[in-house]
Design a protein around this ligand. Structure first.
Ligand SMILES: Cc1cc2nc3c(=O)[nH]c(=O)nc-3n(C[C@H](O)[C@H](O)[C@H](O)COP(=O)(O)OP(=O)(O)OC[C@H]3O[C@@H](n4cnc5c(N)ncnc54)[C@H](O)[C@@H]3O)c2cc1C
Length: 288
């Protein structure tokens, strides 16, 4: 059963200061509303408890993709379509383009935002593994000021985040890779498109003198929140790309996951397929 629209109060602030003022005056009362593609699903199911919404759509401060020093800064209202169409994103962050293409269909990509994908905090969301692999940072804003949080420290558990009720995600800053680097993104779903991930793995590596100099691996759908595969990374960093320790990395990866059985896949399927995707990633890395 749908929610009851007359119960809802929707404010459309014209400035960031006005929005932050409302959040600060009544913390936890106002729910930010970006593209609404997650919120409306819950509303439509009659399960949305919130009735007071802060429509962010007029906040120019949360829009745009721009170079800032050595990073590319994405306003939290950046849509998946904007990610897909931006030249610098293609050039520096192909995994983000692949994540955006893998998210829903065009209607969702036109409306859904990067900030909403992060704060909805679904373990199965598609941009978080790429953001983890690229070492992204979040800029959070409230009337108290701005602060930055490394994205790999933002998710604290299932739908638990380092985000206070009076804060908004303002921007997502992603450091631009130096030199030639390796990018890998793989989403496994029931179909090639319009499917929620059963497993998602994104990786970004830098190879120097024939060895893995830097590597970050982000995982989706295998833990209560998107996670870094730190054990697998540790098994691979410093190793020659010609002799990557596949079996040790596969074993280490088990320590990075805590998958569950649900309607989309079993925990066993998720473990085995994530290990297989890691193997595929390592074969590609070995051939660069
Ligand atoms: C048919 C369909 C298919 C989908 N397919 C996929 C898919 O393949 N992959 C995938 O990852 N997702 C998918 N989604 C989920 C959804 O589209 C994404 O998670 C999207 O990024 C949500 O963004 P939004 O702007 O619509 O968020 P909203 O629904 O507006 O908000 C989501 C949450 O984030 C909060 N929020 C939003 N912006 C901010 C901000 N700046 N600061 C603080 N809090 C904020 C809101 O309060 C809310 O709690 C799908 C959804 C639908 C309906």
């Amino acid at each position: 059963m749908r929610g009851f629209l007359p119960d809802c109060d929707i404010r459309v602030p014209g400035s960031l200061a006005e929005a932050l003022g409302l959040l600060s005056a009544e913390p936890g009362v106002w729910t930010p509303f970006a593209g609404g593609t997650d919120l409306m699903v819950v509303y439509n199911a009659g399960r949305l408890k919130a009735t007071r919404f802060l429509d962010l759509s007029r906040l120019a401060e949360l829009r745009g993709i721009a170079e800032e020093g050595a990073s590319l800064a994405f306003g939290s209202l950046t849509s998946f379509s904007e990610i897909r169409e931006h030249r610098a994103v293609h050039q520096h962050f192909p995994n983000l383009v692949k994540s955006a293409r893998a998210t829903g269909a065009l209607a969702i990509q036109n409306r859904g935002t990067l900030g909403g994908n992060i704060v909805n905090a679904s373990p199965a969301a598609d941009t978080p593994p790429s953001l983890l692999a690229y070492g992204a940072e979040l800029e959070l804003v409230s009337l108290r000021g701005r602060r930055r949080v490394a994205y790999d420290r933002f998710h604290l558990g299932y739908k638990q985040m380092d985000l206070a009720p009076d804060e908004l995600v303002a921007r997502i800053l992603v450091p631009m890779p130096e030199g030639r680097s390796f990018h890998y993104f793989r989403k496994v779903g029931t179909r090639q498109a319009q499917a929620i991930s059963k497993v998602c793995l994104a990786a970004h590596a830098r190879v120097a003198d024939g060895c893995v100099a830097e590597l970050r691996i982000g995982l989706g759908s295998v833990a209560p929140a998107p996670v870094r595969a730190r054990n697998a990374e540790a098994a691979l960093i410093g190793k020659p790309v010609a002799e990557l320790p596949l079996l040790a990395a596969r074993a280490a990866l088990l320590g990075d996951m805590s998958p569950i059985d649900d309607i989309r896949a079993s925990a066993h399927y998720r473990s085995v397929v994530t290990q297989n995707v890691l193997g595929h990633m390592l074969r590609e890395l070995a051939s660069v």
